[in-house]
Design a protein around this ligand. Structure first.
Ligand code: HEC
Ligand code: HEC
Ligand code: HEC
Ligand code: HEC
Ligand code: HEC
Length: 242
């Protein structure tokens, strides 16, 4: 009998099966990858175990961020406060409130060893290194400046429930690192919300930025050394991938 289909079509069912399996694998991986905490993105706003409101505490009551996020100036991690911090006030304030029940449960032993299970919102993958202290105070002497909490976390003082407002992607980091001037503010305004620079500070921003050397800066990737340009394009990778 004359061959109607060329020989290779005998393989077709197998190819379809293999293709299907690969496709299914890729789909499973994609779902796993994007749903993993590393890829939760702008707008991510998980429900928290306590109806704790930044709009009330940081907004209305004007509490400084550092009262609760004590690690932010000295360490890599800002830290979420232990139950003790809440009890400084809530041992008296609104005592017995139903909304505070998880706080009192956590304090049942008088030490808060069973901490409140806050749900983490901002999280980089393990292979990317970030340090708060290097951002909330940088430069030296008269070139001292800061990046405000607001720049990376938005108007926390208006949030009933915290949401992520920046992508925390590699290109987001690199965009700022390549031209940070417009994001610099005086160190004493680091936790201020709704801050904007005056004309005098705007003049200073470029001068300060010129003294900084963030890893992966595209503007810093080419440098004129000994009469010719050298490329430092990959030199910055290890700054964030250690
Ligand atoms: C009274 C204590 C308190 C104060 C003051 C406070 N926070 Fe918080 N913050 C918390 C607690 C508790 C959480 C964890 C629960 C949540 O996400 O709401 C948190 C969560 C956060 C998160 C998200 C953490 C994550 O998991 O990614 C950010 C960002 C943040 N705070 C920034 C700020 C900023 C900026 C200020 C100042 C404007 C501030 N906080 C003031 C207690 C506080
Ligand atoms: C500096 C004092 C202070 C600290 C510290 C503090 N709070 Fe409060 N909190 C208040 C005040 C004041 C109110 C408003 C009380 C009112 O509405 O009369 C309040 C209200 C609340 C409410 C609403 C209670 C209700 O019944 O309406 C919750 C929930 C709450 N706080 C959670 C927390 C948590 C969780 C922490 C620790 C991360 C914390 N607070 C730390 C002062 C504080
Ligand atoms: C240059 C951007 C940037 C600035 C400025 C910044 N943050 Fe963050 N913040 C991040 C990133 C990125 C993460 C996630 C870090 C990680 O997963 O390793 C984060 C995580 C957090 C967290 C949760 C995890 C942790 O580190 O405890 C809190 C709370 C927080 N920031 C509070 C603050 C406060 C308060 C300020 C201001 C004093 C501030 N941040 C300034 C970028 C920033
Ligand atoms: C809004 C601006 C801005 C954003 C966004 C930002 N950075 Fe930076 N970062 C800076 C500046 C400015 C410096 C330079 C500090 C200096 O030279 O003293 C810096 C320095 C660093 C350093 C070197 C200091 C150290 O601790 O070794 C690392 C690492 C770093 N950034 C990682 C990151 C990562 C990762 C992200 C994204 C998740 C990020 N940064 C987002 C402005 C920013
Ligand atoms: C300023 C900090 C910074 C620098 C410099 C940097 N990276 Fe990244 N990189 C990140 C962050 C943050 C992530 C995680 C992004 C995310 O979770 O979406 C990342 C993710 C990655 C990934 C994973 C792919 C992905 O999209 O998730 C690779 C691969 C990578 N970087 C390679 C590099 C190489 C190569 C260099 C040097 C040319 C470099 N990085 C320089 C911060 C940086």
């Amino acid at each position: 009998m004359a061959q109607i289909f060329p020989r290779w079509t005998n393989q077709t069912p197998r190819l379809i099966t293999i293709g299907g399996l690969v496709g299914l694998g890729a789909l499973t991986f994609a779902v796993y990858w994007w749903a993993s905490p590393y890829h939760t993105d702008v707008g991510y706003q998980p429900a928290q175990p306590v109806a704790y409101s930044h709009a009330l505490h940081a907004g209305e009551l004007k509490m400084d961020c550092r009262y609760c996020h004590v690690g932010v100036e000295q360490g890599a991690v800002a830290g979420v406060p232990p139950t003790q911090t809440c009890m400084n006030c809530h041992a008296q304030v609104k005592k017995g409130s139903e909304k505070l029940k998880p706080v009192y449960d956590s304090w049942a032993d008088g030490k808060g060893e069973k901490s409140i299970p806050w749900v983490r919102i901002h999280q980089l993958p393990d292979f990317a290194f970030f340090n708060h202290s290097a951002h909330v105070a940088l430069g030296v002497g008269e070139h001292r400046a800061a990046i405000g909490c607001e720049t990376c976390h938005g108007r926390i003082d208006t949030m009933e429930v915290v949401a992520q407002v920046q992508p925390l992607s590699m290109s987001w980091c690199i965009d700022c690192h390549s031209d940070p001037a417009q994001y610099l503010r005086p160190v004493d305004a680091v936790t201020k919300m709704g801050w904007s620079p005056d004309v005098e500070w705007q003049r200073k921003q470029q001068d300060i930025a010129a003294t900084l050397d963030p890893p992966g800066s595209l503007s810093g990737a080419q440098r004129y050394v000994d009469g010719h340009y050298q490329t430092y394009a990959t030199a910055g990778c290890s700054g964030c991938h250690r």
